[in-house]
Design a protein around this ligand. Structure first.
Ligand code: VGL
Ligand code: ZN
Length: 204
């Protein structure tokens, strides 16, 4: 059984948002088209408390882009984004959420970031997504969303580790690209571990 997994299609990752991803808004129509083709559509939401440790503003003298040690893990510092119940954390209004079977929120613990939809960055706590997919008998995932080089990548890698067959919908993602070429590096890393690259138009 197949499922569509939509990663972090939230205002803050789209142009004008706090952590805007270039062209992030362009993937929304793709998500809407694909949602009609899947029996099971699941979404994730980056969902931080205002005091989250990944926000540069919560560390004196630090600024976005710097890397700190956060409770034993390397942490890239980000602008304040996707604060729980804020506009930036809301799904983009053009996104059709009516067919979502479940929404998994991540990054809720201020002590640790969570790029993947499955586990936090230390693989310490699970979000419940894996259990949910198992209950539904899902063994193959089609994954798209924002951002390619962070939350999409880590969700794909965890899914592969959990033995799902993983299809990355390439035209349904956009990258932050803190460094030029991060997008290609992320794709190479995912395909090396077994992700299959697909185009939304080839999904029936
Ligand atoms: C993300 C950076 C920080 C993402 C979330 O959704 O890719 N990136 N938080
Ligand atoms: Zn975040």
């Amino acid at each position: 059984m197949k499922a569509l997994l939509l990663i972090d299609l939230q205002n803050d990752f789209c142009p004008g948002g706090a952590l805007e991803v270039k062209g992030g808004d362009q993937v929304i129509p793709i998500a809407n088209q694909l949602a009609e083709k899947f029996d099971l559509v699941i979404a994730t939401q980056d969902w931080h408390p205002a005091n989250h440790g990944s926000f540069a503003a919560n560390h004196p003298w630090r600024y976005p882009g710097q890397v700190i040690d956060l409770n034993g893990l390397d942490q890239i510092l980000w602008p304040i984004h996707c604060v729980q119940n804020s506009f930036g954390a809301e799904f983009v209004k053009e996104l059709d959420t009516s067919n979502f079977a479940a929404i998994f929120q991540k990054g809720t613990d201020k002590e640790i970031d969570s790029y993947s939809g499955f586990f936090d960055n230390g693989q310490r706590k699970a979000t419940g997504l894996h259990e949910y997919l198992q209950e539904k008998g899902i063994d193959e995932l089609f994954i798209m969303g924002l951002a390619l080089d962070y939350c999409v990548k880590f969700t794909v890698l965890d899914a592969l580790n959990l033995n799902y067959k993983v299809n990355l919908i390439l035209d349904g993602t956009r990258a932050v690209n803190l460094e030029e070429g991060d997008d290609q590096k992320a794709v190479d890393e995912m395909t090396a571990k077994g992700a299959v690259l697909v185009n939304s138009v080839d999904i029936s």
